[in-house]
Design a protein around this ligand. Structure first.
Ligand code: FE
Length: 337
């Protein structure tokens, strides 16, 4: 007995050695390129590292720069994951061959089908709703109904819109084309342009400020811009309206992520993606930017939830990408600058 135990001794020592020495040398990590700023991503990465021991390194920049960098680095990229806002951007990354499909029952279970790529190359992780905001002194909510109705002559010189150059509006119009077809959507967008109170504005916040100042009565923005403004000044005469509740629902988009085509830490990246869709990270991902969790089991932040529930448009967001060029051309023809 004693002899055979002794003969195992070197194996036991080697095993211990490998635990103490070899494992730390191969400590797992995952590298993320993120168009979301550090303060929006670091809390989730810290939680992930705490739970799994996998370190997360990250680079933040705007999505154009990150996509160009991924493309230039090709096979040599250190990045395992791309995080960015808007399905239009995620689709463009997939289209450029920068992402790879991930087959995961966890992701399929946590993320509704319309908020992820049917080809599994990108996954929505938080929902941003693009909805109507009106001046409470100038508009009664009963006057509002749908996105389409904003093309009606009754809104003449009462509408403010952000520029069509932003992907948010390109995605919105692309999704409208998916729903109504090109001819009908062009009519609607032409109607919007005819109803503009001022030329298209540079960003969503500016559009809200114009509505608050009474320069126009209603606009079309992502709700978190409304949230930011109202946190700063709760007395602004602004309120949310959820359009299309009797038809196809509010237009939603996502912030999301995908695993890069040339990921070196593919398994760790998939683990991180699954973690971001889980109940442990969903509030961290959504709440910091006043967005909505994609995981339907998770409730929104109370400040956001107070804006009320809404039915969302169920069309798959891949259309925001597929029809993006068509949308840009249509907005150009309609005179929407
Ligand atoms: Fe934004």
């Amino acid at each position: 007995m004693l002899k055979s135990n002794l003969s195992r001794f070197p194996i036991a020592v080697f095993f211990l050695f490998s635990l103490l020495v070899v494992k730390p040398l191969h400590a797992e990590e995952v590298v993320v390129y993120s168009a979301r700023i550090e303060q929006l991503i670091k809390p989730m990465f810290d939680a992930f590292t705490k739970e799994t021991g996998i370190k997360v390194k990250y680079v933040t920049d705007n999505e154009g720069a990150l996509l160009a960098r991924l493309e230039a680095e090709g096979k040599n990229t250190p990045a395992d994951m791309l995080i960015t806002a808007d399905a239009g951007n995620l689709w463009a990354a997939a289209q450029a061959g920068l992402l790879q499909p991930v087959k995961s029952a966890v992701l399929e279970n946590n993320i509704p089908a319309h908020l992820r790529d049917p080809g599994n190359e990108w996954f929505g992780l938080s929902i941003r709703a693009r909805t109507l905001i009106y001046n409470t002194k100038k508009v009664k909510p009963e006057e509002l109904s749908t996105y389409e109705d904003l093309a009606d002559a009754k809104w003449n010189k009462r509408l403010c819109l952000r520029t069509s150059k932003k992907v948010y509006n390109q995605s919105l119009v692309a999704m409208m084309i998916a729903e109504h077809g090109e001819a009908e959507t062009e009519k609607i967008v032409k109607g919007w342009v005819a109803n503009l109170a001022v030329d298209p504005l540079s960003d969503d916040t500016r559009a809200l400020e114009f509505v608050a100042a009474g320069k126009c009565d209603v606009t079309l923005v992502n709700t978190y811009y409304f949230g930011r403004l109202m946190k700063k000044d709760p007395n602004l005469p602004l309120a949310i309206f959820w359009p299309n509740q009797n038809t196809n629902g509010v237009h939603v988009n996502v912030s999301g992520a995908g695993v890069t085509r040339h990921a070196r830490h593919e398994q760790a990246a998939v683990k991180l993606l699954e973690f971001l869709s889980s109940d442990k990270a969903q509030n961290l991902f959504a709440d910091v930017n006043m967005e909505y969790p994609v995981n339907p089991k998770i409730a929104a932040d109370p400040f956001v939830a107070a804006w009320g529930g809404f039915k969302q448009n169920p069309i798959n967001l891949v259309k925001a990408g597929e029809l993006q060029t068509t949308a840009v051309k249509l907005m150009d023809r309609a005179g929407y600058q």
